[in-house]
Design a protein. Sequence first.
Length: 553
Amino acid sequence: MPLPTPAPLLLGRPRFADADCQRLAQAGRHVDAWDLAFQRHGLSAPAHVQGGFAVALPQPDGQVWMAADRMGQQTLCYAQQAGQLRYAERADALAPGGMDAIDPQALYDYLLHHCIPSPRTVFRGVQRLEPGHSAHFDGRMLRTEAFWAPRFEEPVSADFGRCRDEFRRLLQEAVARDLEPGGKAACFLSGGTDSSTVAGMIGQVAGRPAATYAIGFEAQGYDEMAFARITARHFRTEHHEYYVTPADLVAGIGTVARHYDQPFGNSSALPAYCCARFAREDGVTRLLAGDGGDELFGGNARYARQRVLGWYRRVPGPLRSALAEPLLLGTPLGRLPLLRKGARYVLQARVPMPARLQQDNLLLRLGVRDVLTPGFLAQVDAGAPQAHQQRVWGLSHCRGELNRTLAYDWRYTLADSDLPKVRGTAQLAGLGVAFPMLDDALLAFSQRLPDDYKLRGLKLRWFFKEALRGFLPDETLNKKKQGFGLPFGLWATQHAGLRALAEDSLRSLAGRDIVQPAFIDALLRTHLPAHPGYYGEMVWILMMLEQWLRARE
């Protein structure tokens, strides 16, 4: 007897380029719209769809069509079990209970990246469809393929005035599309350029000021509330502030850790949750987020750093191999104070991309064999993450290293970390969320900009800031990037309840044969008190792992 056809899974708000499909969607016949799209275009159907979406469309004969949007705004997991393809938004909906389902390789990926990059999930046999991919299950075999990959035009020059006007228009249209009809026009506000831009654009397209929600910390060097207030005054927003406390962390850490379908270690998830919950209590049902501006338009400090390191490749090969490297790396001269920085520069610059991006990786710097137990390492392939990174690095179509780095971040920073952070915490708070900076038209626009517009010399996101000069406050344009940074390490050394929660979590984790007990002891007793800002991140990711594992037992 054939199994009953499972229900379709439809997530997000797709917009169909095919007029017939769009008419069906506008009439509320979303299943029919996707069905027609797959009938006409097969696995390339999602290439004709814009917006954030994930879809799984079963057929009466057992076939299934699936797709996930270009940037990972929505997520879809699947598993082949008993000859049938099962799917769900969450990986844990497809996995059996207990610890036997946990994949050690995924835990290693988590400890390395603080998240688990797709297509792997923490569960054996359960995968997450990669962004920009579609899949077809014919009743026996599953075939996946990319319907989209980053493709950059990389012109040498462009007309600034024309680009500025198009950019501002596209921003307005993106924000207008993402506002909830009849709902409160609201957004996160960190005080940075992206969230400030969204707040200002809401006022322009909604005809009334945005409701803005900002998070602060009573900790020097972490609080950006002053910049959020500058934006709020500039755009006359309906401004709301909430100061996160160590007690909020004690109350919320377990809740947030358990909510995710797999271990998730982005430490700004807690403040994002506090902000979303604060907005929900104020009657908001959808928040707009500013994520994506840095990665599309060249706003992260590492882009400038990698450009400086890339200059080493311009030095003629014989000069590098016959003079610079032997002198700085092969003789005691490289240890002299004046030449030590040069030696460090050469050591870093010699590493090819994308491996060079991992030079500050916390686990690698601390030493994999010094942190993890031999028994755990025997179960994993320590080279698998690097192979995955190399594959992602090669997916984009471009000539320059900058754009390839941006596209790399679209996967690792956005799709696997920042977007799940915002989406997950908003869901936990009972909110919807939208990402206007990742609108498809803005994405395509960013791919047409010259490299020099994204990183002019070493000046980050030059075009973005110059195009919005006069719209954003000068203080916002000139500030350093921070976001909802969490002073966890500092607080863990000062607040007894938070310190007790962290110690209890890590001592418990020490018994799981993943992390060496001696390392945990040194981390808590020596490293964290001496350097809370640096080692607090490792305490956080280990604590969140243990909190998630407890929920699975």
